[in-house]
Structures are given as structure tokens and as C-alpha cells.
Ligand binder design. Sequence first.
Ligand code: HEM
Length: 201
Amino acid sequence: MDNYILLNFILIIFNAFKTSIGHFMKGIILKSYLQHVENSYGIEVLNLAIDRCKLESGGLYINMLTYNDEEINSLITETSSIVNKSANQVEQEFGNHFFNDLLNEYGSYFEKSNMKDFIHYLNNYIHPEIDSSIDGAITPKFKLDERNDYFILTYTSERKMSYFALGLLLACNNYFDNEYEIKLSEISGKNTYFEFHVCHQ
Ligand code: HEM
């Protein structure tokens, strides 16, 4: 076996082991976060945040490998202190940025007639497909509860990235002609359960 194959084999085994013992996230999201910080705040802020975090990965991410959730949390915390914004605000801005990445990469997934249809598709097809086809991927669940003229989305995830989800949902709503007003309305439990009220404007 040459060294390159051996190294890849070790990386795969190591990743499978990591994902079985904690909360881990795919490099695709972390890479997108670094890009977002560079675009919005400049390379100096990005380098300073990476330096301050003392990341296990050194800030080098590969899309389909997994990294400790702590990396994204500390990157968001450090960025927010450097740019003097709240961590929630930075996380939400990143959600908006990530939506545009998704749109560029998977445009056809968004060919739905409205946001509600898209959320059904996300829940029933996109995220489950990712969980089953990408080793170690864990996507959140959005339970959709229809009321008379609005719906409630309940977000459940151990990752607690509710403001990231809010940024994504607001950008998604904007893409579908701002049909709704979206509010993050309840945070409870161990901070793993959130509700979004999605009402007609
Ligand atoms: C507006 C639409 C979407 C929303 C609101 C959404 C929401 C989220 C959130 C909040 C996460 C972070 C993980 C967590 O909270 O547990 C996540 C992860 C992810 N989503 Fe979505 N998502 C959307 C669309 C998509 C689309 C279109 C794709 C791909 C085609 C996608 C692929 C992924 C992947 C690969 C992850 C990372 C999984 C991991 O790290 O293990 N999402 N999504």
C-alpha cells in the first residue's frame, strides 16, 4: 500500500471513530464560515480569530471530513469579540452566507413554488438523504406544525445552532419573495429545542 492510500485509510478510520463519540460537523460548513469571515470582515480578522482559537485542525478543513463542534463555536465567539458584535448576530449572518452557498451549489433543490413546500422537501428529502448518504453527517430536524394562517417550525438539534438556522430561514424566505415574517420565539430545555413562528406578512 503506498503512503497516500495508507494516510487516507487512517483518516477515514479516525473520522469514523470521532463521529461515534461526540458532536461533530462537516468541513463544508466550517470552510464556508472561514470564507464568510474573510468576505465580511477581511483576512486580518479571519487570521486573528483562527490564531486565538488554537484549533485542533489548524483551520484547514476538508468538506466531507468531520471536526469537533467546538471549532465552530470558538470561531464564532472569537470573531464576535474581534468585530464587536454578539455571537448570535455573527452566527445569524453566517446562516445568510451559507444559504447563498447552498443556492449556488444546489440551485435545483430550491425549485419549489413557495417556502412551505421547500421546508417539507428539506425535512422529507434533502436532510434525510444527507444523513443516510454521507458518513457521519447529522442534520437538524424541523417539525412543521400548520396553524390557520401561519406555521410553527420546531428546530431540534444537539448543536444548538438556532441563530444559524434563523439566518438560513430568513435568507430562504427572502428567496421566496418574503412571503412570511419569521421570529425565533421560544428557547427552552437544554438549549437544544427552538421554535420559529412563520407568519404571513
Ligand atoms: C433553508 C434551508 C436549510 C436550512 C434552514 C438548513 C438548516 C441546517 C442547520 C441549522 C444545520 C446545522 C446543523 C444543526 O443545526 O444540527 C444544517 C446542516 C447541514 N445541512 Fe442544512 N439546511 C438547509 C438547506 C440545506 C440544503 C439545501 C442542503 C444540501 C443540499 C443542506 C445540507 C446540510 C449539510 C451537509 C449539513 C451539515 C451536516 C453535518 O455537519 O453533519 N442543508 N442545515
